[in-house]
Design a binder for this molecule. Structure first.
Ligand code: ATP
Ligand code: MG
Length: 424
């Protein structure tokens, strides 16, 4: 029969790899607790129009990367290519705007984009993201950036740079679009087809073109920072003052425009030098117009999305032994049928007491059972045979030192706990 394989650009996560994921997810949960963000889980699919409206018709994501389909009820549906628009939809649908602001949310979610698979780029990948609604204060921008910085620090990732920029509000943007269009028109014949197309509709998108030739032509393009109005300028300066006060290193980089249409004012990226071209591990910014765009009252908001796969890649590159290997507290072996029942009774009892215990499911010889105990890195082991059954006690061996003590069956859980605390 023909072998069935996973789809291109998707991955199974299991074994050691899975443990690395769980470890990062734990770190993220603790991090979000410390910063006061609550988790939200939105569905894996949404009406396509949410993303068209939210992410923007002229973005790469909406233009060519969406997994869209018509379901049996004739609904136009899309697997989420990002989670900000869904979180905004949920914010409105559940009237979170009527609660005390700010609303601080985070998610860890599968994300789907039809892209060319390569290192750090998949078709199903995962994003950790945070969103803060209801504050236009630069303190919100700084807090969001601080979460990103703290996450990288807790993951032991050092070789990253924070680049920040401001895209201004609608007024600055309008002014800038005109200046930029004039510049782009002077370069028109050298730009790719897509850039030519976008030049008039959404000139900012041209700056984000992945084509190297275009990027060369774009050197010397006017920067938006020169066109910022007074209040946007003051906001950006305050963000920088806060970052400096928080001891967060950054550089202002006018080439950061982000791939999504909804950003206003502050945008930022954390870029790693360890994983080649796909170096952006975390990107975000302020999106004060999005809630309105999706149908709510004007609501300021700021957030970021971080690629979990890329975080794992960077962590691996810098910090190979970040996750410690698995182990069991104790292995209980047995000799014979009666002892087998006692062993599984004992293992179950130990597990109820919160001790990670294991026995043998393959009817191995005693020698092979001990080999297995080593293989699963058991800290202690005990073998039950006829005499142990008779005396209702067993020798518990410290696998590292070889030392053994005799413990009665009914004292086993307490003794193992005591020995575990002593070997710490
Ligand atoms: P890129 O420029 O690399 O395509 P992007 O601007 O499309 O990134 P965002 O939409 O901001 O990225 O997504 C946030 C983060 O999600 C990225 O910084 C990256 O870490 C991760 N990411 C984006 N697309 C993919 C993908 N196809 N596979 C794995 N991770 C991805
Ligand atoms: Mg992309």
């Amino acid at each position: 029969m023909e072998e069935i394989r996973a789809l291109k650009g998707t991955k199974d996560i299991f074994g050691d790899e899975m443990r690395k994921w769980l470890d990062i997810e734990d770190i993220i949960r603790n991090l979000c607790d410390d910063f006061g963000f609550n988790q939200i889980r939105t569905p894996i699919f949404e009406f396509t129009k949410l993303f068209k409206r939210g992410v923007g018709e002229t973005t790469d994501i909406v233009n060519k990367e969406m997994y869209s389909f018509i379901d049996k009820g004739d609904n136009d549906i899309t697997l989420k290519p990002e989670s900000t628009a869904p979180v905004v939809r949920a914010y409105l649908e559940h009237a979170m705007h009527a609660e005390t602001q700010p609303i601080k949310l985070y998610y860890i979610s599968p994300t789907f984009r039809y892209e060319k698979p390569q290192a750090g780029r998949q078709r199903q990948f995962h994003q950790f993201g945070i969103e803060m609604f209801g504050s236009e204060s630069p303190t919100a921008d700084a807090e969001v950036i601080a979460i990103g910085q703290t996450l990288l620090k807790r993951l032991g990732i050092k070789n990253v740079e924070l680049h920040i920029n401001s895209l201004g509000g609608p007024e600055c943007r309008k002014r800038y679009n005109e200046t930029l269009k004039t510049f782009l028109r002077s370069k028109e014949e050298h730009l790719c087809e897509l850039c030519k197309e976008r030049m008039d509709k959404n000139p900012l998108r041209v700056l984000d073109c992945k084509n190297e030739k275009c990027q060369q032509e774009l050197q010397g393009a006017p920067t938006i920072l020169d066109t910022l109005g007074e209040s946007c300028k003051a906001h950006f300066e305050k963000v920088q003052e806060l970052l400096t006060a928080m001891n967060i290193a950054y550089s202002v980089d006018s080439s950061i425009v982000r791939g999504l249409d909804y950003y206003t004012k502050t945008v930022f990226e954390f870029i790693s030098n360890d994983i080649g071209a796909q170096g952006t591990v975390c990107g975000g910014g302020r999106y004060d117009k999005l809630v309105e765009e999706i149908g709510g009252k004007p609501t300021p908001a700021v957030g970021f999305g971080a690629g979990m796969e890329r975080l794992l890649l960077v962590r691996e590159a810098e910090n190979k032994d970040a996750v410690s290997p698995t182990y069991r507290d104790i292995f209980i072996g047995y000799r014979g049928e009666t002892a087998m029942v006692e062993a599984f009774k004992m293992v179950n009892h130990l597990r109820q007491a919160g001790i990670s215990a294991e026995s043998d499911h393959l009817q191995r010889s005693i020698k092979a059972q001990m080999k297995y105990a080593n293989k699963i890195s058991a800290k202690f082991s005990a073998i039950i045979g006829e005499s142990e059954l008779e005396e209702k006690s067993v020798q518990v061996k410290n696998m590292a030192t070889g030392e053994a003590i005799t413990v009665s069956f009914d004292q086993l859980a307490d003794s193992v706990k005591k020995m575990l605390s002593e070997t710490l």
